[in-house]
Ligand binder design. Structure first.
Ligand SMILES: Nc1nc2c(ncn2[C@@H]2O[C@H](COP(=O)(O)OP(=O)(O)OP(=O)(O)O)[C@@H](O)[C@H]2O)c(=O)[nH]1
Ligand SMILES: [Zn+2]
Length: 221
């Protein structure tokens, strides 16, 4: 397998996006039904024995509705759009973007799971701007998810849009539904991987990409 030439901290990225496109940090909120969520949140507050009309809670239903608009922003987005602008580059070495921070919602409990995604591909003529990999992760994360699906959606989107020789996604995340409630296993981290193309078929390539992804082992999930 060709050796890695790019190993980039996403926080160092220059963003070359079109100025009209919403930035990943400020992804346009989803158009959620605000009154309906407000009503539901008010009902939850009553159901748990709270007084939704006390001063501290009076604006809470609206705040929660707006927060869901942000947390679900990916639902009305097609994250694959970020892979449509490609450079036809004669570049045949691995591109790896490591430690892409993300925040998602576990679809079982609607509680956050947060962590880092490591995304790589071995191009076959088509290369995208690195920030697009971060936007891809963000778009798939901002919706009710399970970590396995998030991981495969990212790897599959890269395979389908860029037709590379291989793609890989590894995600390390902490699920608050397991740390703050339920099993209450603080410090447990879920790790998932999706390998496609050469990274799935060739054991040497698979070992190399996984060791590169883990080499800065993310104890910082
Ligand atoms: N595989 C997988 N499981 C998840 C993910 N997010 C949450 N879960 C799990 O989904 C499961 C839902 O289990 P249920 O038995 O239906 O729900 P529950 O009674 O709240 O389960 P506990 O969390 O064990 O209390 C739990 O085991 C969670 O830990 C995820 O991304 N992937
Ligand atoms: Zn959960």
């Amino acid at each position: 397998m060709a050796s890695i030439r790019r190993d980039i901290d996403p926080h160092d990225l220059e963003d070359e996006d079109d100025a009209t496109e919403p930035k990943s940090a400020n992804m346009a909120p989803a158009k959620v039904d605000i009154p309906r969520i407000e009503h539901a949140v008010r009902e939850i507050l009553i159901a748990v024995g709270e007084d939704p009309d006390r001063e501290g809670l009076i604006k809470t239903p609206n705040r929660v509705a707006r927060a869901y608009g942000e947390l679900m922003a990916g639902l009305q987005d097609d994250p694959r759009r970020h892979l449509k602008t490609v450079f036809n580059e004669r570049y045949d070495e691995v591109v790896l973007l490591r430690d892409i921070e993300f925040h998602s919602l576990c679809e079982h409990h609607l509680l956050p799971f947060t962590g880092r995604a490591h995304v790589a591909y071995l191009p076959d003529g088509k290369v995208v701007g690195l920030s697009k990999l971060a936007r891809l992760v963000e778009g798939f994360a901002r919706r009710p998810q399970v970590q396995e699906r998030l991981t495969t959606q990212i790897a599959d989107a890269i395979m389908e849009e860029l037709s590379p020789i291989g793609s890989a996604c590894v995600i390390e995340a902490v699920h608050t539904c397991m740390t703050i409630r339920g099993a209450k296993k603080h410090g447990s981290t879920m790790v998932t991987s999706a390998l496609r193309g050469i990274f799935k078929e060739n054991s040497a390539s698979r070992s190399e990409i996984l060791s590169l992804m883990y080499s800065k082992a993310s104890s910082k999930v």
